[in-house]
Design a protein around this ligand. Structure first.
Ligand code: URA
Length: 184
């Protein structure tokens, strides 16, 4: 079993898929590794690739606003992505890239052992909850698996593209806050 530092080291040295060829930084994840609340996005965008930090670009700023509104700080959660290196031009990660990268995320989940895992967007939900997950129909619905409380909501970038989804996302985040209080 690798410890946290060794795991981050292997991700830094990873060449399992072609994304390593174009990355500036591998984006491991950030936050409190003793948290009960973990968020999982899709993959780094341009700003994340440049800084090595998840959710710092436009969608990250919206994510911060939402967290703020439910009185949760970034320091008390952990946030990571399905793939740790930026897909060129922000395309969706390929099946092969997700498959190569997922063991690292699984390892992080095992080490953090959060009580709640929130998938941000369809790509994360289809990897973590169900391969046929329909984000418009199934967001905001709790699933319990292996003792983890799983839920998905819209990715902040989807909310930026279509602000009419914000109302539903807000309901999801209120549920997430209640569950977080319940399990803490
Ligand atoms: N979008 C994601 O899914 N993850 C990030 O880290 C940034 C944007």
């Amino acid at each position: 079993m690798l410890d946290w530092t060794q795991l981050e080291q292997s991700c830094n040295n990873c060449t399992k898929c072609n994304l390593h060829k174009t990355r500036h930084h591998m984006v491991f994840g950030k936050g409190d590794i003793n948290t009960n609340l973990m968020f999982i996005g899709e993959g780094p965008g341009e700003q994340e690739d440049l800084t090595g930090v998840p959710f710092v670009g436009k969608s990250g700023q919206l994510f911060d606003k939402i967290l703020n509104a439910i009185n949760i700080s970034r320091d008390e959660i952990y946030i990571a992505n399905i793939v740790k290196c930026r897909p060129p031009n922000n395309r969706n990660p390929l099946e092969s890239e997700k498959k190569a990268c997922l063991p690292y995320l699984r390892y992080q989940v095992q080490l953090i052992h959060p009580k709640i895992i929130v998938c941000l967007g369809r790509v994360a939900a289809q990897c973590i909850i169900d391969k046929n997950f329909k984000i418009t129909k199934e967001h905001g619905i709790w699933v319990t698996r292996k003792g983890y409380h799983l839920i998905a909501t819209y990715h902040p970038s989807a909310l930026l593209r279509d602000p009419s989804k914000k109302r539903d996302a807000w309901e999801d985040f209120k549920k997430i806050k209640s569950k977080y209080i319940e399990v803490s």
